[in-house]
Design a protein. Structure first.
Length: 408
């Protein structure tokens, strides 16, 4: 304990007498790590199984297909969706979704936004987190009850902070009863743009006039991805063959939801762009801080020389300087994590909502596994980058020349 006190007390003394340097160090670290945390969380949201994409590696999406000439084939019409899904063998559930942009009227105001018409199995294929209420049930769907689920941000917009469960919204002159509220999700990491989910029984396919569904097929845990894809390939080829058309499709060209998200963002970007971005976020601030650290260590040269003269080892002095740097970094990282959501909010307001409009989100949750697994090791690397060189320079100076005043 006394040994640690010998490291920590001098560190606090130096912080108190070099306050401007300490503030710059902490703020520089906070700025670096707030963006590092954003990058790591975005990557994890894509490759990790976070809600609502808990089953993303078991969901195969039936979307668009091409013929032998590379021309797009007509999608499966809504009237044939049910029979198409029934022909899929070995699947666990099938979800359907159709997106329209329309006015949604609430208790206090209305909002123009993306609305998804879905079936009841949609809530079992995609595992949203409910903050209030529940998903609408299969019985409610089959009995053609006008039911709806809305996102948290839409609930705040339409009901001004009041509980919306059991209340009504109106879309296209149909009044729906809200059964639940889900946490907001990022369209950039999930591909889900809807903020309101309505029963597909009331889908008029207006105003787009596009009478097609997106079909999501969930396969059981025991079924391999290859087997699942081969089954979809079989059903798709048979469907288009009955229409006298040839669909060019294979298991290699068919993606699960996770694979689809990765390919939309770009495999090369994830493999090379993200590491490069992290290196830039680590090295650029660390070089600036390291330059100031060297200048700051020059001020401590005489103190370090005196401590060496009375018996302190270079290793102990190096460790003391690194403890001081680690304290700066820990405070900076903690501050950066506290600023994470405010910074994300500013990015959303300035760079996203002003450009594409609507209520879109960049990061909606923090995964503490990402913080413990990635941020903490990067924090130690950052400490070595910012303080290691200056500490080495400080303890390697010639003792006699420093005490004579020859080296500062």
């Amino acid at each position: 304990m006394n040994r640690w006190k010998n490291y920590i007390i001098p560190a606090f003394y130096h912080i108190r007498h070099n306050l401007s340097f300490a503030i710059f160090y902490v703020l520089g670290t906070a700025l670096a790590f707030v963006f590092i945390a954003i990058v790591l969380q975005l990557v994890y949201s894509v490759v990790g199984n976070e809600p609502p994409m808990v089953n993303a590696d078991r969901i195969v999406c039936v979307d668009e297909f091409r013929d032998g000439q590379g021309c797009l084939l007509d999608k499966i019409p809504a009237e044939e969706t049910a029979s198409f899904m029934e022909s899929i063998r070995g699947c666990e559930l099938c979800a359907i979704s159709h997106t329209e942009v329309m006015d949604v009227f609430g208790e206090y105001t209305f909002e123009t936004n993306s609305v998804d018409f879905v079936n009841a199995d949609y809530w079992h294929v995609f595992r949203f987190e409910f903050v209030e209420g529940r998903a609408f049930l299969r019985e409610e769907f089959e009995n053609k009850q006008p039911v709806a689920v809305i996102s948290e941000s839409m609930a705040d917009m339409l009901f001004k902070g009041e509980s919306p469960v059991g209340k009504k919204i109106e879309c296209q002159k149909v009044v729906y009863t809200i059964t639940g509220v889900v946490k907001d999700v990022s369209v950039f990491t999930t591909g889900i743009s809807g903020k309101v989910w309505l029963s597909d029984k009331y889908n008029t396919f207006a105003p787009s006039g596009s009478r097609y569904h997106e079909i999501y097929v969930l396969f059981p845990d025991g079924v391999s991805v290859s087997t699942a894809k081969q089954e979809i390939v079989r059903v798709v080829k048979e469907y288009y063959a009955r229409r006298g058309e040839i669909a060019i499709i294979s298991a290699e060209t068919l993606y699960t939801m996770k694979e689809s998200q990765v390919h939309q963002i770009g495999v090369q970007l994830l493999l090379y762009g993200v590491p490069v971005a992290l290196l830039i976020l680590l090295f650029v601030p660390s070089i600036n801080i390291m330059t100031l650290s060297v200048a700051n260590s020059d001020k401590q040269s005489e103190e370090i020389a005196i401590r060496r003269a009375i018996g302190a080892s270079r290793r102990a002095l190096f460790f003391q300087i690194m403890i001081e740097n680690l304290m700066f970094v820990v405070i900076g990282v903690f501050l950066g994590l506290l600023l994470l959501f405010p910074v994300v909010h500013v990015i959303e307001e300035v760079c996203i909502k002003e450009v594409i409009g609507g209520m879109e989100f960049l990061v909606t949750r923090i995964n503490f596994g990402v913080i413990l697994g990635c941020i903490l090791p990067l924090m130690l690397v950052f400490t070595l980058l910012t303080g290691g060189f200056s500490a080495y320079v400080a303890v390697k100076k010639n003792l006699a020349e420093v005490l004579k005043g020859g080296i500062k």
